[in-house]
Design a binder for this molecule. Sequence first.
Ligand SMILES: *[C@@H]1O[C@H](CO)[C@@H](O)[C@H](O)[C@H]1NC(C)=O
Ligand SMILES: *[C@@H]1O[C@H](CO)[C@@H](O)[C@H](O)[C@H]1NC(C)=O
Ligand SMILES: *[C@@H]1O[C@H](CO)[C@@H](O)[C@H](O)[C@H]1NC(C)=O
Ligand SMILES: *[C@@H]1O[C@H](CO)[C@@H](O)[C@H](O)[C@H]1NC(C)=O
Ligand SMILES: *[C@@H]1O[C@H](CO)[C@@H](O)[C@H](O)[C@H]1NC(C)=O
Ligand SMILES: *[C@@H]1O[C@H](CO)[C@@H](O)[C@H](O)[C@H]1NC(C)=O
Length: 308
Amino acid sequence: MNKEFSNYLLIVLITMIVIPSIASVISQRNNICDTLAFRTSERIDETSSFKNKYKRSKENKTSSEIIYSRNKIVPPFVSVVNPNHNYPIGVLIYDDNSTVKVCTASVINTANGNIGLTAAHCLLDANGNEYNQSLLSFSPGYDNGTKGPLGYIPVVATAIPPTFLNNRFKYDYALMKFEFNDPNGGDATLQDYAGALGWRFDIGDGEPTSVSGYPGSGNFENCPNDYKHLCKWQGITNKCGDFFYVINFLIAGPGSSGGPFISHYDSETNLGYVYALISGYFDSYNASIGSIWDEIDFFNLLLNMTTE
Ligand SMILES: *[C@@H]1O[C@H](CO)[C@@H](O)[C@H](O)[C@H]1NC(C)=O
Ligand SMILES: *[C@@H]1O[C@H](CO)[C@@H](O)[C@H](O)[C@H]1NC(C)=O
Ligand SMILES: *[C@@H]1O[C@H](CO)[C@@H](O)[C@H](O)[C@H]1NC(C)=O
Ligand SMILES: *[C@@H]1O[C@H](CO)[C@@H](O)[C@H](O)[C@H]1NC(C)=O
Ligand SMILES: *[C@@H]1O[C@H](CO)[C@@H](O)[C@H](O)[C@H]1NC(C)=O
Ligand SMILES: *[C@@H]1O[C@H](CO)[C@@H](O)[C@H](O)[C@H]1NC(C)=O
């Protein structure tokens, strides 16, 4: 697990959803937002019993949901250990000795201090079974084929929206808890070392955004596309209804899945506010998408993960 990733000559499987071309049934729809919304509602209808169950449980609000009012904004967290060196983004590697899968993850600011985000599809196989957590590790600050300052950190828990299995496009986000041991023997958390992204739910259409990831292909600028380099895209995202943020003309290849969409990115601190994650590339519209988070769902996942 703690080997250098650069030593691997193993097959890297595609860990990205490539959404196939739209069937002729809906070919009259020519707008990406309409199309995505249509596909989503179609899928939700297929699972009406589950949907109703979910709705009912939302009616009884837990105290945490009441505390966190709508559109909560959590600020970024500056490293305590070295305020001039924040590296919240890293590579997430699954390695079972025959397969290596690469995704992107990032540390977010929480009271727990050891919590990160990635795409849900990075944690589950095609049949919806969760990968063995002990074969997952995270290296924040990983770049140029070299592990980050903290090496590889084990994942000890994951929280995936239960709705993801019913709609792999709409709920493609998940939280992870890391088993972080302070290398200096104290009780500092991962975010005390690496810093952590802020997070928010209030981002609208036309947001100036920075997206980072470790793609193996695609068109991030000046990117070697070898899964080993942290590559960056900067531009404007679009919001499609309540479903997705869309980046037109970005081909976010495999390995960049889970890469954070960062608003108010500050190049000085290397921090900002994450509001979505790369889910996949929509080939028929030449656009990459990220699910819009359900705020209540998100807080339930966080609560579940930090109160165990
Ligand atoms: C919601 O609360 C009501 C009243 O306390 C209770 O009867 C019901 O079973 C609860 N529903 C869920 C889904 O927990
Ligand atoms: C992978 O290989 C290493 C070294 O040969 C071994 O220690 C480890 O247990 C193996 N892991 C799995 C999941 O087979
Ligand atoms: C997960 O992987 C570890 C290390 O290879 C192994 O010991 C354990 O049995 C696996 N757990 C499951 C549920 O497969
Ligand atoms: C990237 O890694 C290569 C090979 O290990 C090394 O030669 C090069 O100096 C590194 N570049 C940077 C910017 O660290
Ligand atoms: C998608 O957009 C990029 C950037 O404009 C362009 O280079 C690429 O050729 C486009 N791909 C397709 C399939 O149209
Ligand atoms: C919380 O975690 C438990 C156990 O892993 C799981 O059964 C439950 O569905 C989770 N709740 C949510 C909201 O994810």
